[in-house]
Design a binder for this molecule. Sequence first.
Ligand code: ADP
Ligand code: MG
Length: 334
Amino acid sequence: TTVVNRIAAGEIIHRPANALKELIENSLDAGSTQIQVVAKEGGLKLLQIQDNGHGIKKDDLGIVCERFTTSKLKKFEDLSKIVTYGFRGEALASISHVAHVTISTKTKDSKCAYKAMYADGKLTPPRPGQTADPKPCAGNDGTQITAEDLFYNIPTRRKALRSPSEEYNRVLDIVSRYAIHNSGVSFSCKKQGSMKAEVQTTSGASVIDNIRQIHGSSVSSELIYGERTFDSLDFKMQCYISNANYSVKRTTLLLFINNRSVDSMGIKRMIENVYSSLLPKGGHPFVYLSIEIKPENVDVNVHPTKQEVHFLNEEWTINSIQEVFKELLENANS
Ligand code: ADP
Ligand code: MG
């Protein structure tokens, strides 16, 4: 069953960046205001995330890497909300099947931190001859999770990956997205041993401050802000979209649905259409779009790894967003 579990885990965890996305979402779910990421060899050798969230109780450390262990499903009704994006307690388990995982964590009411290591979903001794129990250690409130030697046990998956520098670019992309969207949280991302962070934001900076920090003022100064609430469908959107006199090399869409970073081909195509008549050939828009929508109005019937989302009312939803974009662009021009 270990092999079966490993293959299943490899289906869920594809590369460092998508493991990291799950870890970041866990840190955010834990109420963190500081999230620091460190990577070595693009996250293949080492991927580490440190947060200052509520931590994991010592007694829970034995089971957090077991499949379907989640502290986020309290009632059965919660299931319909959780499955929208959640991994339903599969993320840590999957990572522990394809990497060496170490967790050190401290809750507020614990005197010290505890450290535990995992293999194939279970606690494992740090060294032969030692017990597998979590060991007391020094540490601040919050959680540090380290995944080392990703896919050491699935050589084919390992070979399918890009170079460390390309994998690192994907890591930076995912950190940047969450750093921009979460204005109450400071994020950093750097290579292990490096003094300089490639991404660095401060907590309390606004979304537009974060866009300026990460993409530069040449981009942020060309953005138009818009927001709209469609009461009838419990649908709310906020956006920053580039004006018609400005373009970037390729369409950049930072899309969030209920605070999760997702992809939508439908929205991307709509945006490219709206701008195609406005921008000179070869020019592309920059769009940040955050949507809040009732979970039951987003199509949930997708595999957990699928970043791509569909709306129950896809045409209406995308048309509504398009109307807002057109209006913003027209008003900016007049
Ligand atoms: P899920 O997020 O779907 O619950 P995961 O496998 O991602 O499943 O995480 C399992 C559980 O481990 C979470 O429900 C949570 O209780 C705990 N956990 C994981 N990461 C953190 C973290 N950074 N801080 C606090 N608790 C965490
Ligand atoms: Mg999770």
